[in-house]
Design a protein around this ligand. Structure first.
Ligand SMILES: *[C@@H]1O[C@H](CO)[C@@H](O)[C@H](O)[C@H]1NC(C)=O
Ligand SMILES: *[C@@H]1O[C@H](CO)[C@@H](O)[C@H](O)[C@H]1NC(C)=O
Ligand SMILES: *[C@@H]1O[C@H](CO)[C@@H](O)[C@H](O)[C@H]1NC(C)=O
Length: 253
């Protein structure tokens, strides 16, 4: 009997449930969106892998695991599934995305050397007969080495900072409005974006629930009214009958 109610309730739930991967996933809020599969949208699109894992796809690079999102600090903590942060630093180009490294960046040159040089080579990028290092760009490239690339990254390689997630913190810029002229605009826009992407479906769901509730209440009242009027008619009928029965003897007297 409550079919419309159940239908809208499920609809409402699906609005609120669609914002995380599985039951244990991260809460996805504005400016991020969640879609079933990765697409080449370089913006704030996240997707799920193996139900629970929140992922981000960078065009021209690939996929990274989202470990946590701090909306207040505007910080996205990522993990490289291949456990090689310096491979990410070397290849991930953030210039066409809304992201940049959370930490202050400095220029480093990646060297690929055929024999070991001074310093620690990066284990996950080195192999038999080649040793990869990060050096300051001012360092003269030794004869046994080839400079791969100079990139702006938060950290050079250090065996002390070899934690897989260390350094893979990104921050993001909010899309700017044309007439924006200060922090107020940013705040206003953030609230507005938040409102449109998160609150509106929720409010719509609540309004629908309220409407369904109201319709059902009206239906019940209406049914009651019919019942009441039926009762009235019956009462009227019995009264008339009684009156007639009384009248008849009265008339006979
Ligand atoms: C997702 O998380 C739940 C609860 O921790 C776990 O039981 C389930 O195996 C996980 N699924 C995958 C695919 O990792
Ligand atoms: C370093 O050089 C070796 C041998 O030329 C090559 O196989 C390897 O892919 C290079 N590594 C990088 C990160 O460029
Ligand atoms: C990153 O991409 C931009 C635009 O495609 C390019 O201009 C820039 O040189 C790239 N940066 C690196 C370090 O490769």
């Amino acid at each position: 009997m409550n079919t419309p109610f159940i239908f809208f309730f499920i609809l409402f739930l699906s609005y609120t449930e669609a914002t995380k991967c599985g039951s244990k996933g991260l809460n996805i809020k504005s400016p991020f969106t969640l879609s079933p599969h990765h697409n080449n949208d370089p913006n704030f699109n996240l997707y799920c892998q193996n139900t629970n894992t929140t992922m981000i796809h960078f065009p021209l690079y690939g996929n990274l695991v989202v470990k946590s999102i701090s909306y207040n600090a505007r910080k996205l903590n990522l993990i490289d599934p291949k456990s090689c942060v310096h491979e990410v630093f070397l290849n991930l180009n953030l210039s066409l995305t809304p992201f940049r490294y959370y930490y202050v960046v400095r220029s480093y040159t990646y060297l690929n050397c055929s024999v070991p040089i001074n310093g620690n080579s990066i284990p996950c990028l080195s192999g038999y007969g080649h040793y990869v290092y990060t050096v300051k760009p001012s360092v003269k490239v030794p004869d046994s080495c080839r400079a791969i690339k100079t990139v702006e990254i938060p950290f050079g390689y250090s065996s002390y900072l070899s934690d897989n997630s260390f350094g893979l913190g990104l921050t993001w810029d909010l899309p700017k409005r044309d007439d924006e002229d200060g922090d107020d605009g940013v705040e206003e826009e953030r609230t507005w974006v938040h409102l449109t992407t998160k609150k509106v479906p929720m409010i719509a769901g609540l309004v629908l629930l309220a409407a369904v509730g109201l319709v059902m209440k009206m239906k019940i009242l209406h049914t009651k009214k019919i019942l009441v009027s039926n009762e009235d008619m019956e009462n009227q009928f019995s009264e008339d009958l009684l009156a007639q029965q009384h009248k008849i003897p009265q008339a006979l007297e």
